[in-house]
Design a protein around this ligand. Structure first.
Ligand code: NAD
Ligand code: UGA
Length: 332
């Protein structure tokens, strides 16, 4: 059973900056770092007082010693003062999500994922931050031939979002080659799930549908597969990426639970005892049929491997959601 927000870490930076700390992954990471004794400066542009998702994401961090929250947009704030004395910067701020990136929002993707990253890199270089860990994405691989993706594979991003994530990680790796640049680890996260997952994502929506009886919109036939990766495992890999001195370059973070959407629906149904009413819709452009990580590099370089299987991870995710559904009780 996953130990929610009990991330097993043997070492952690003394002082770190987490960008995107009001987001899904960033808030879990900041909490785990503080628990491990790190002083954390969290930076995010979301309003921490009125936005409901942000309030929920920051709830466990509010007022705890060792966590300092800054509300600021990385596109225009003064970044240098935030980085002074930091052993590591975890750069997770960005606009996620494959499907909306085709629309007029693309300029936001470009701004937050590429231009803001450039500002972070310039500041890291000026201040002399030794290590930058950046959140890259499995989407950089694009369509595969069915085999596991290895970091050395030629990327073929299939959506505007994926193009920005590839540009982001490559920009970071280019700065790592400069004499004063930080050493960089670009973690290619594979479809992360668990408590507080973004509400646009499939796992959240499937569990929510099973808990509430509301219909679930399914894009395509449901046979598309993902390497679903549990949040605690992602946090453990991310902290290791900052603390293993020799780590550098792109590293896959995934490989524990490859499953189709229909398999996730079956597990959600069995966990809640309630069938999900499906609304079939057409497959969305840019959605690949399969993601599958080769996790060898993460194992060799970071000593990391996923520990939480899909069934146990979905149970923990479901329990966190069920606590928010009024009058929920497991169907017979
Ligand atoms: P999220 O939307 O929950 O968190 C991202 C946070 O970044 C948000 O709180 C947002 O306000 C902040 N942000 C965006 N632009 C900013 C800016 N210019 N200045 C300050 N803050 C800004 O998303 P998430 O799912 O936690 O993803 C975090 C990172 O991991 C993203 O970079 C995403 O591309 C990457 N990633 C996520 C997944 C996944 O499955 N969730 C998989 C692969 C990669
Ligand atoms: C996820 C994140 O959303 C991206 O930010 C991240 O970069 C990416 O993982 C990654 O691994 O790099 P994705 O794999 O598309 O992207 O995950 P979901 O958004 O949960 O979608 C998974 C599948 O479910 C897709 O085929 C999607 O079309 C489908 N889906 C999603 C539905 O059928 N219905 C929905 O309501 C939502």
């Amino acid at each position: 059973m996953p130990q929610h927000e009990q991330h097993p870490t043997t070492a952690a930076p003394r002082r770190a900056v987490v960008t995107g700390s009001a987001g899904f992954i960033g808030s879990h990471l900041a909490h785990a770092l503080v628990q491990a004794g790190t002083t954390v400066i969290g930076v995010d542009r979301r309003d921490p007082s009125s936005d409901a998702t942000t309030i929920a994401n920051l709830a466990s961090l509010r007022g705890i010693p060792g966590y300092h929250h800054i509300t600021a947009d990385l596109l225009n704030c003064a970044i240098d003062p935030l980085l002074i004395d930091a052993d590591a910067v975890f750069h997770l701020a960005g606009i996620p999500g494959v499907r909306p990136s085709w629309g007029p929002q693309f300029s936001d993707y470009l701004a937050s994922n590429v231009l803001a990253t450039h500002r972070v890199l310039e500041a890291c270089t000026r201040i002399g931050v030794p290590r930058l860990v950046v959140a890259s994405s499995s989407s950089v691989y694009g369509p595969t031939d069915g085999g596991a993706s290895v970091e050395a594979d030629r990327p073929k991003p299939a959506s505007p979002y994926a193009v920005t994530k590839l540009a982001e990680e490559q920009l970071c790796l280019a700065y790592a080659e400069r004499p004063a640049g930080p050493s960089v680890v670009a973690l290619r996260y594979f479809t992360v799930y668990g408590p507080r997952q973004r509400t646009d994502m499939f796992t959240h929506r499937a569990l929510q549908a099973a808990l509430t009886g509301q219909p679930l919109r399914l894009y395509g036939d449901g046979h598309q597969r993902r390497d679903f990766t549990y949040i605690d495992d992602v946090v453990a890999a991310t902290i290791a990426a900052a603390t293993v001195p020799t780590a550098q370059g792109a590293i896959n973070v995934g490989g524990g639970s490859n499953a189709s959407l229909l398999e996730v629906i079956n597990i959600a149904t069995s966990l809640t005892g309630r069938d999900i009413q499906l609304q079939q819709d057409h497959a969305r452009s840019g959605d690949v049929l399969l993601t599958r990580a080769d996790p060898s590099r993460a194992r060799e370089v970071l000593g990391w491997q996923p520990r939480v299987d899909l069934h146990n991870g979905l149970r923990a995710h479901m329990q966190a959601l069920a606590a928010q559904v009024p009058n929920y009780s497991r169907a017979a």
